[in-house]
Design a protein around this ligand. Structure first.
Ligand SMILES: [Zn+2]
Length: 263
């Protein structure tokens, strides 16, 4: 009798990474929030302090959707402001605003989800990818809280003691805005140019973050004089590519079992 072998299915590496991430942030008291992938211009841009015609919009190459006629009509019950134009969300940040509008602070959330950019793909970019949004709103929240939270996360996710450094940057929905670098989990800067992860710098550029802009809080009905918060956004695919040393992010979407079976 021939022996029948059957291969069992399993979760995709990205799903596994998202489970990991939810577990780590869950241990720090974060809940998971979700929002729609087909989003309105209002939530994707306007409420995030990126008004129409503002040059900052060029930071996100956008897939616009054909709106249903009723949604463009200012007289609809939906309201012109919130539904004027539809798009595929370019980041998970709209989830922040939707959550703030419907919850009272203090709160801690993460929002992992799929986002879309109208751009050519290469080894480090996909036109669709997964982003991890984080938001904390409370009393006297500072960049120190952000640093501590991220160091805990990276230490657990990469399995090596991690430190975080911040460099000044600009994102319209945070003030101040920072680029976050994490210490190299592979070599901690010891391997010099031999290290394929950090190329000898000892640091990995990993995400954008900052303190939530008072205008964003106010727009979502939260008094910025009473409450403050931090937010961050990272590519989940990129975290995964780094952790496992994948040569090309597109491998994750190739459907190639020789790749996914390794997880
Ligand atoms: Zn290194």
């Amino acid at each position: 009798m021939p022996i029948m072998t059957e291969s069992k299915g399993h979760q995709h590496p990205i799903s596994l990474a998202i489970s990991d991430i939810i577990g780590i942030f869950g241990s720090m008291g974060f809940e998971v929030a979700e929002g729609p992938e087909a989003e309105s211009e209002y939530y994707n841009f306007d409420t995030l302090n990126i008004p129409k015609h503002h040059p900052a919009r060029d930071m996100w190459d956008t897939f616009w959707l054909k709106s249903k006629p009723t949604e463009e009509d200012p007289s609809t019950s939906l309201g012109a402001g919130k539904n004027a134009k539809q798009l595929l969300r370019t980041h998970t940040s709209p989830v922040q605003v939707r959550y703030m509008e419907s919850h009272k602070p203090p709160f801690r959330i993460i929002a992992p989800g799929k986002v879309y950019r109208y751009e050519a793909t290469d080894a480090t970019h996909e036109a669709q990818f997964y982003q991890l949004e984080g938001l904390v709103v409370g009393k006297n929240i500072s960049l120190a809280h952000l640093k501590g939270t991220l160091e805990t996360f990276f230490s657990k996710f990469f399995g090596a003691a991690s430190t975080v450094r911040m460099r000044p940057s600009y994102f319209p929905f945070v003030e101040p805005g920072v680029e976050v670098d994490v210490s190299c989990f592979r070599c901690a800067g010891e391997a010099g140019k031999q290290c394929s992860v950090c190329k000898g710098t000892g640091w990995i550029e990993i995400m954008g973050a900052g303190l939530v802009h008072p205008k964003v809080l106010e727009g979502a009905g939260i008094d910025p004089h009473e409450w403050s918060g931090f937010a961050f956004g990272a590519g989940i695919d990129r975290l995964l590519v780094l952790r496992h040393g994948l040569p090309d992010v597109r491998l994750l979407y190739s459907g190639d079992l020789r790749v996914t079976d390794q997880f």
